[in-house]
Ligand binder design. Structure first.
Ligand SMILES: O=C[C@H](O)[C@H](O)COP(=O)(O)O
Ligand SMILES: C=C(OP(=O)(O)O)C(=O)O
Length: 361
């Protein structure tokens, strides 16, 4: 039987696609905002320090702290200027990395972050978002502040991962093969959140999956779709964020997580996210979680290596409306955050509680 090709593809191909819009390549974006010597040094020190914390040769606690999402670059700079001073003050016991989250995974729909919609008005100028994100990361690293982000879209790493010291894979994507493949090729340590239902198994499986190299499709720096052959990432660990309405930062949940990690042959190093289901989404409960974790460390816990805190200049959050110019400065438009003064007080308490026991960990 002979077949002939047809040109009538419109009825069956790209039926639900409106438009394809070409985008700047990662290489061109990097040429616009090249890595500086100062930023390079911050990233290298950031990654090495976090690896040493995971290896146990650096006894300090890693703290990933900052806004739930970046929507205002000016406020991000103001926050970073304060944080860099606090990081210096607490550096004998705590290693601070700023949360610089540009991509938000939504439960259903909502603003998906600065890269997706930088003007917050459904204009979706993703190229502008990528430019703003890279420029901000460069500036923050030049201030000497290492940066953490959620790696959500598998196409974005080539645009900015050279400026990232720690990445998260969120609770909604820890089970995703695409995100595990991507993580196996990321250059920095990666924290896998437990599932939104509180389940640890997805994170343990993810940690085992990313140790290996993978072959998968992705973008090269030149913007070419490629077969990416990754080497595997030895620095994957779990982040406990609670789930299903229940926290999992308490001593018995941490011990249960340790057992599951040991049984699953995964790294027994745990970061506690003080936000999300661990604070019942009440940002002002984060200090209680932080103090509980500090007490666990003081009382001999060896597995907790880090904390995550959602914090901004002002506490709480606000709704994004159709007029973004009316937004209150320094306040989150995604999850509620702890205000700056309470963040400082909490981190100073944490440091004072754990300082004495750190050398014996
Ligand atoms: O940290 C951010 C949020 O918890 C996450 O993006 C989900 O948000 P949503 O449930 O408001 O969509
Ligand atoms: C989305 C986040 O967390 P989770 O994946 O735990 O919901 C976050 O930390 O921004």
């Amino acid at each position: 039987m002979t077949t002939t090709s047809t040109t009538h593809t419109a009825d069956i191909d790209d039926v639900n696609i409106e438009q394809f819009i070409p985008l700047i390549t990662p290489a061109s974006l990097k040429a616009e905002y090249p890595l500086s010597e100062a930023a390079y040094n911050t990233v290298l020190t950031g990654r090495t320090t976090i690896q040493n914390i995971l290896d146990g040769t650096d006894k300090r606690l890693l703290v990933v702290v900052g806004p739930c999402s970046i929507h205002d670059v000016k406020a991000a700079h103001e926050y970073a200027d304060k944080l860099v001073k606090l990081a210096d003050e607490l550096k004998d016991s705590i290693y601070i990395v700023m949360r610089v989250y540009f991509e938000k995974p939504r439960t259903t729909v909502g603003w998906k972050g600065l890269i997706n919609d930088p003007d917050m008005n459904d204009s979706f100028d993703i190229e502008k978002g990528l430019r703003m994100a890279r420029k901000l990361l460069l500036d923050l690293n030049e201030k000497g502040l290492p940066c953490a982000t959620e790696a959500l879209d598998p196409n974005t790493p080539q645009y900015m991962q050279d400026l990232i010291s720690w990445s998260a894979i969120g609770a909604r994507t820890t089970e995703s093969q695409t995100h595990r493949e991507m993580s196996s090729g990321l250059s920095c340590p990666v924290g896998f959140k437990n599932g939104t239902d509180g389940g640890m198994t997805v994170a343990v499986n993810a940690m085992n999956a990313v140790k290996s190299g993978h072959n998968f499709l992705g973008l090269s720096s030149d913007g070419q779709v490629c077969i990416i052959k990754s080497k595997g990432n030895p620095y994957a660990h779990v982040v406990l964020r609670g789930g299903n309405g229940k926290p999992n930062y308490d001593q018995s949940s941490v011990e249960q997580a340790e057992n599951e990690l040991e049984k699953g042959n995964a790294m027994v190093k745990i970061m506690i996210d003080s936000s999300h289901a661990n604070s019942g989404k009440d940002p002002y409960l984060q200090p209680m979680v932080i103090q509980n974790v500090a007490e666990q460390i003081k009382n001999g816990n060896k597995s907790i290596m880090g904390l995550m805190i959602e914090s901004h200049l002002k506490g709480g959050n606000q709704k994004l409306t159709s007029d973004p110019s009316q937004l209150e400065y320094g306040k989150s438009i995604t999850d509620g955050c702890l205000d700056w003064d309470s963040t400082v007080a909490s981190l100073r308490n944490l440091r004072n509680t754990i300082k004495e026991v750190l050398p014996s960990r």
